[in-house]
Design a protein around this ligand. Structure first.
Ligand SMILES: [Zn+2]
Length: 468
């Protein structure tokens, strides 16, 4: 009896001097996995273009991840990456060309993020949240974040949350390794987008355990399948480059024709078409920020006419991310019938992490859809919309045509930047298909209003399409 009493008292004393039991569990996880200050990770596998499905609702297009290099610097809240990919799926979007390798690097340090575009290379400001998410949902990142936040475990799970950015739930396995992280991050189309990451086949890399197999899905489809070849522990730190060019985000309205404005100044353009008693906004790209800046410029230029319609060139997230902002203004979203169900499902998702204009307005988006062709007119000016056929870039992909002005509006098939003097050695099949569609419909064209790059005469398009 007495002996038992002593044992209980000793146990009680030990518990008093140790951390609470739940915290001790998290410490056991950290002890089992190791607590590196930084990790340099290399591998290869598959990556996918999120938001760039060929058709709305299809899986994201697949790319071979030829080289994957990444440094996680937990001590400095920083991450740097350098990746080289080659298309595996020919169909679908992304900046990866139809042929050849595509290299992209970048990183985040605190709230500063950057992208390094090759081959130039130039370093441009980027969005920090997706990379902060990636750092702090990594196996060591999430353990260190939870320890710093003095989190407790609930069975095999623990949570980490960054208000306005993301929240994540980690699960540990029987060996105290983080085996799964479910996280939610704001996305302009999908709202609180669900990300599921699995970590398996852990190995010891010089004092820290790291998974050699990583899979990740986002928005319901795979985004990453990685095989890790090597991990170096405390190999280096990540610091922001000294020179990061600001991402372009001005709103510039240039008159393209009477009643037609070309809206540039950012990475994605829009076109404003003035009708007798309303305005059509062709393209609301990126997200709430860009779209609201464009909407404000339109209202300043045409204060007495409501934006009645917002036309989506296609469903890719970088081009459709601002549609909700226009819907919050009362505009009806005009898109191909085949894409509507996807957007209706997406817009019904919760938006609690970073509620956008439409969520705050309490309104519901209205859609107007069409099959092969749609016309918006006030009797004097007409905008025709044609569903592009046979493009490798997207299905549910729209060509806008202003017959009176002899202008076409299109995204991604032709993005004129520096002028060219001859047809490139490899013609982008999407550019050729765009021209085939112009001819198929017998459209008389003088000017191209592209949704990336410069407004140009049609001869530049023909040169790039290899038909001149
Ligand atoms: Zn696209």
């Amino acid at each position: 009896m007495r002996k038992l009493h002593v044992t209980v008292a000793a146990g009680f004393a030990a518990a008093l001097f140790a951390a609470p039991a739940a915290r001790a569990d998290l410490q056991a996880v950290a002890k089992a996995m190791g607590t590196p200050q930084s990790l340099e990770i290399s591998g290869s596998g598959l990556t996918y273009g999120i938001g760039q499905a060929y058709k709305a609702g299809m899986p994201w297009p697949r790319m071979n991840l030829v080289r994957y290099g990444r440094t996680d610097d937990y001590a400095n809240g920083a991450l740097g990456y350098d990746t080289t990919v080659v298309r595996a799926d020919q169909l679908g979007g992304t900046a990866v060309p139809q042929r050849g390798e595509f290299r992209r690097a970048g990183g985040v340090a605190g709230d500063k993020a950057w992208i390094i575009n090759y081959p130039v290379p130039d370093t441009v400001q980027a969005a920090a949240v997706p990379l902060q998410h990636d750092l702090w949902i990594s196996p060591h990142g999430i353990v260190q974040a939870a320890m710093a936040d003095k989190k407790m475990m609930d069975g095999p799970n623990f949570w980490v949350e960054r208000a306005g950015k993301f929240k994540a739930k980690a699960t540990v396995d029987g060996q105290n390794m983080v085996s799964r992280v479910e996280s939610w991050m704001d996305n302009a189309v999908l709202g609180d987008m669900a990300v599921v990451t699995t970590y398996s086949e852990y190995k010891d890399f010089g004092g820290a355990k790291f998974p050699t197999r990583i899979t990740q899905s986002a928005g319901g489809w795979p985004v990453l399948e990685l095989t890790i070849a090597d991990v170096k522990v405390n190999a280096g730190r990540v610091a922001a480059p000294a020179q990061i060019a600001a991402a372009p985000n001005d709103v510039k309205l240039d008159k393209a024709a009477d009643g037609v404005w070309f809206v540039s100044g950012g990475s994605h353009n829009s076109v404003v078409i003035e009708m007798s008693n309303f305005v059509v906004l062709f393209e609301a790209p990126l997200g709430d920020g860009r779209a609201n800046a464009v909407i404000k410029a339109v209202k300043d230029a045409l204060p007495n006419k409501p934006i009645r319609f917002v036309v989506a060139s296609h469903h890719h997230f970088d081009h459709s991310g601002g549609l909700r902002a226009a819907a919050a203004e009362g505009a009806t979203i005009v898109l191909p019938e085949m894409s509507k169900a996807y957007f209706e499902r997406a817009y019904a998702m919760p938006r609690t992490i970073s509620p956008d204009s439409l969520a705050k307005s309490g309104k519901t988006a209205k859609f107007e859809t069409y099959g092969d062709k749609h016309v918006i007119s006030d009797g004097a000016r007409t905008l025709e919309l044609y569903l592009l056929k046979n493009s490798v870039h997207a299905d549910g992909y729209v060509l806008g045509y202003l017959p009176k002005e002899k202008m076409i509006i299109q995204a991604d098939s032709f993005s004129p930047r520096a002028p060219i003097t001859q047809t490139p050695a490899f013609v982008n099949p999407a550019t050729k298909t765009l021209w085939d569609n112009v001819e198929m419909h017998g459209l008389a064209v003088d000017t191209v209003l592209p949704l990336h790059g410069r407004m140009v005469k049609v001869d530049e398009l023909k040169l790039e399409a290899g038909v001149r």
